[in-house]
Design a protein around this ligand. Structure first.
Ligand code: ATP
Ligand code: MG
Length: 205
């Protein structure tokens, strides 16, 4: 007799496994009944953190939600996400950064810029009319100590109960991931930049 089981046996076993899996998933979905504003942190060294955040902006737009976006750090104003998402009605988009700290090389200037950006973010986090607030690259301002961590964490913790917030950036501090409901860490397995490819419109900006 062959070691391979007959195709009909395999199909029956597969169907039974899938039925068990479906019962488990259906039960898990049925027990997840809460609806509330979520804090998401997208961190790690791999590419895709801001992309994921702007994907949620697109989803939220599809639901007619009001969205606030603050881009910290970045100085470029030529990104596809700003050109497209930033001009949609219902989206308020702010680019507050002067570039990375190794561009400006001026800590005092960076701190002043960080505080200007944070003032906008804090206003949005206190206003329940914003249903989704994206704070892109906020983590750097915490890791460099440009913003007071407790002030930022308190504002996130005390935001309106139905408001979603997304924070992106590498090296998210533990205090932030602890507060978050959903944390994704994107790993850097490979990046085209290291093969000499410059930032590509539509992919990187
Ligand atoms: P993206 O905006 O593409 O989602 P990201 O938000 O995960 O990237 P950032 O650290 O904000 O990552 O970097 C933004 C820019 O740097 C993008 O052009 C991105 O492609 C590039 N980048 C991201 N990760 C890496 C990496 N590991 N090595 C080189 N370049 C990277
Ligand atoms: Mg990013």
């Amino acid at each position: 007799m062959s070691a391979e089981s007959a195709p009909s046996d395999r199909s029956a076993r597969h169907a039974a496994r899938m039925a068990r899996k479906k019962a488990l998933i259906d039960a898990a979905i049925a027990s997840a009944t809460d609806a509330r504003g979520l804090l998401l942190v997208i961190t790690g060294n791999g590419k895709g953190k801001s992309t994921a955040a702007f994907g949620m902006v697109a989803r939220a737009l599809g639901h007619g939600m009001k969205i606030g976006v603050v881009q910290f750090i970045k100085s470029r104003t030529d990104t596809g996400e700003e050109a497209f998402l930033g001009r949609q009605p219902g989206v308020e988009w702010h680019v507050t950064g002067d570039g990375f700290t190794w561009d400006t090389q001026n800590r005092e200037q960076d701190i002043a810029t960080a505080r200007r950006g944070w003032a906008i973010a804090a206003r949005m986090l206190a206003d329940p009319s914003y249903q989704l607030v994206v704070l892109d690259e906020l983590t750097y301002l915490l890791s460099y100590g440009y913003l007071d961590a407790d002030t930022v964490l308190d504002a996130l913790a005390q935001r309106p109960p139905m408001q979603h917030a997304v924070v992106t950036g590498r090296a998210a501090p533990h205090t932030l991931t602890e507060l978050a409901d959903t944390v994704s860490v994107i790993a850097d397995e490979k990046h085209a930049f290291r093969a000499g490819v410059k930032a590509q419109p539509g992919i990187d900006l």
